[in-house]
Design a binder for this molecule. Structure first.
Ligand code: FMN
Length: 256
């Protein structure tokens, strides 16, 4: 049994390599009871500021997992900042004993720092790393990816920078421009119903935004940008193996 969260498809691609039909966290989190039993239970998700996205943390806090082998695979783009150690601590806090946590470097979809046209060209060895991870999980390997002092320092620095920002700064990251034609694709790829078309134009609703950037990356008009400068506002990203339809199926919050 495998659960995933994705904004631009990397984590779904990794999840599908481990199990053919992984379960979307934005879809399952609304169910009750959140109680799951399986031989192995896993989570695949991106890291945001070296940690799991807020909705993944919420899922781990709310759900009960009955398994002898709980694992996590965290996709990241540039610096995982000790994500495996932070995830292990999160699991402990949620009463989950994690058997295996690994990190997987993929394209970095963080628009303020990276040019998506460049990210698409980089060879980060995704498939060979993923094959190793699949082998580990199949063999029920017990292992937590090692973390260095430099990783921990990067995370401390990140937290210090965050403290200088208003607490709700990330809730105001998404900005819809006049190029919006109201097609509604942003609404359908949003995992938290944080963007909705109102009177023919997309409107961002702060509060539960995961800052996954699914809306910005999927907008065909490039009408959704950020409230901070972007490295290349003309470039957007979706994992090449994942279709827009799959992202919509993963994240669409219709009637929720
Ligand atoms: C809000 C946000 C924060 C991110 N933080 C990090 C980070 O701390 N370190 C890193 O290497 N990548 C970071 N990334 C990049 C993503 O973790 C990476 O591109 C991931 O594979 C995206 O997965 P997805 O396509 O399943 O959404 C961040 C991306 C976003 C949107």
């Amino acid at each position: 049994m495998l659960f995933y969260f994705t904004g631009t498809g990397n984590s779904l691609y990794a999840a599908k390599a481990i199990e053919p039909d992984p379960i979307s966290i934005p879809q399952v989190i609304h169910q009750a009871p959140l109680e799951f039993t399986a031989d192995a239970i896993g989570i695949v998700a991106p890291v945001y500021g070296h940690e799991a996205p807020p909705m993944v943390k919420e899922f781990l806090r709310k759900a009960r997992f009955h398994t002898g082998y709980f694992y996590m695979v965290l996709t990241y783009g540039n610096r995982h900042g000790g994500a495996a150690e932070l995830a292990q601590k999160l699991c402990q806090d949620c009463g989950i004993q994690s058997a295996y946590i690994n990190v997987l470097q993929m394209a970095d979809n963080w628009l303020p720092a990276f040019d998506m046209d460049e990210q698409k060209k980089l060879d980060k060895g995704v498939d060979s790393s993923l094959a190793r991870i699949v082998g580990d999980i199949t063999a029920r390997k017990r292992w937590i990816a090692p973390v260095t002092e430099a990783d921990r320092a990067a995370h401390r620095e990140f937290l210090a920078n965050m403290e200088r920002l208003p607490a709700d700064a990330w809730q105001h990251l998404i900005r819809v421009t006049d190029r919006c034609v109201g097609c509604g694709i942003c609404e359908r790829v949003c995992p938290s119903a944080s963007i909705q078309v109102v009177e023919g134009k997309a409107a961002h609703i702060p509060g539960h935004c995961q800052t996954c950037l699914a809306c910005a990356h999927a907008c065909p008009q490039k009408a959704i940008g950020l409230s901070v400068p972007e490295k290349n506002p003309g470039a957007r990203y979706r994992n090449e193996h994942i279709s827009l339809a799959e992202l919509i199926q993963a994240n669409h919050q219709m009637n929720k």
